[in-house]
Design a protein around this ligand. Structure first.
Ligand code: ATP
Length: 249
C-alpha cells in the first residue's frame, strides 16, 4: 500500500544570524495516519524541524508542505498549521487561567466557540485523557507533573486536529507516569486518525509511540524507516544511538 504524504519537508535549510546552518537541505515525509518520531543528539535541530512545519521559523530555503500546500511562516490562519494540535515540552499552560480555559484556549480565541460549549468540550477532552471533570476549575499550578501533561494533551486534542505534534512528551516524568502518557498518546492519535510527529530522547517512549523513526544528524536525516528497522539495527549509527552508545572509541 502506498502511504499518503501528509507533511513534507522539502530541501529545508535553516540558519540563524549568519551562523552555520542548523538544517541543511533536509528532506523528510510524515505519512497520513502514522506516527513519526524524530530522534537525534541534543541541538541537532529536531525542534527547529517541527517549528518550520508550525510556521514559527522561516527556512532560508526549501518549503514545508501540508497536504501539498506550502506552509506560510508567520501566517496565523495558515490552513495547514490550523490542522495541528501541539503538546509543548513545558506543557505551556497559563497559570492565571483555570485548566478548562487553558484546554479550550484555541476554541475560545481562534475558533470563537461560545464559553458554555468550549467548557463542555474542554471537559470532554479532559475525560479522554482520564482527568476528572473537577480538574477543570483548578489552576495548573495545583496539578502534579503527570496531570499537567494530561491537561496539555487535552489541550492538544480538543479541536480534534488532523495532525498532532509532541515535543518531549515524557520528559521529567517518572517511568510509570511516562507509560501512562505514552498509552494516552497512542490512544488519542488512533481515535483522531491523526498524523503524529514527536520528538523524544526517551527510547522507551519512541518504541511505544512510533510507527516510523527518523534520525537527524548534521542538519539532515541520517536514516528514516519503520520502527522495526531500528529494532533490527538497519543502520549502525541509529542502532548505537538508540542503545545509548557513543560513536567515539
Ligand atoms: N530561534 C533561534 N535563534 C537562534 N538559534 C536557534 C533558535 N532556535 C534554535 N536555535 C539553535 O538551533 C540549534 C538546534 O536547536 P533545536 O532546539 O532544534 O535542537 P534539538 O535537536 O531540538 O535539541 P534538544 O534535543 O537539546 O532539545 C541549536 O544550536 C539552537 O541553539
Amino acid at each position: 500500500m502506498t502511504e499518503r504524504v501528509k507533511i513534507a519537508w522539502k530541501n529545508i535549510t535553516v540558519g540563524f544570524d549568519g551562523r552555520k546552518p542548523v538544517l541543511k537541505d533536509l528532506n523528510l515525509e510524515a505519512y497520513e495516519g502514522r506516527s513519526l518520531v524524530i530522534i537525534g543528539g541534543s541541538g541537532t535541530g529536531k525542534s527547529v524541524t517541527i517549528k518550520t512545519a508550525l510556521g514559527l521559523i522561516r527556512p532560508l530555503s526549501g518549503t514545508v508542505e501540508i497536504d501539498g500546500v506550502a506552509v506560510q511562516a508567520g501566517h496565523e490562519d495558515d490552513p495547514g498549521v490550523a490542522q495541528i494540535g501541539m503538546l509543548f515540552q513545558s506543557g505551556a499552560l497559563f497559570d492565571s487561567l483555570p485548566v478548562w480555559k487553558n484546554v479550550a484556549f484555541r476554541l475560545l480565541h481562534a475558533e470563537h466557540v461560545d464559553a458554555d460549549e468550549a467548557r463542555t468540550r474542554a471537559i470532554e477532552a479532559l475525560e479522554q485523557v482520564d482527568l476528572d471533570a473537577q480538574v477543570a476549575d483548578q489552576r495548573p499550578g495545583s496539578l502534579s507533573g503527570g496531570m499537567l501533561k494530561r491537561a496539555a494533551l487535552a489541550r492538544a486534542i480538543v479541536a480534534r486536529p488532523k495532525i498532532l505534534f509532541f515535543d518531549e512528551p515524557t520528559t521529567g516524568l517518572d517511568p510509570v507516569t511516562a507509560d501512562v502518557i505514552n498509552k494516552l498518546i497512542v490512544r488519542q492519535v488512533k481515535n483522531l486518525g491523526a498524523t503524529a510527529v514527536s520528538i523524544t530522547h526517551d527510547m522507551t517512549s519512541m518504541r511505544h509511540i512510533a510507527d516510523d523513526v527518523a534520525m537527524v544528524k548534521d542538519g539532515q536525516i541520517l536514516w528514516r524507516g519503520a520502527l522495526d528497522g531500528v529494532e533490527s539495527c538497519a543502520n549502525d549509527e541509529v542502532c548505537r544511538f538508540v542503545r545509548g552508545e557513543s560513536s567515539e572509541e
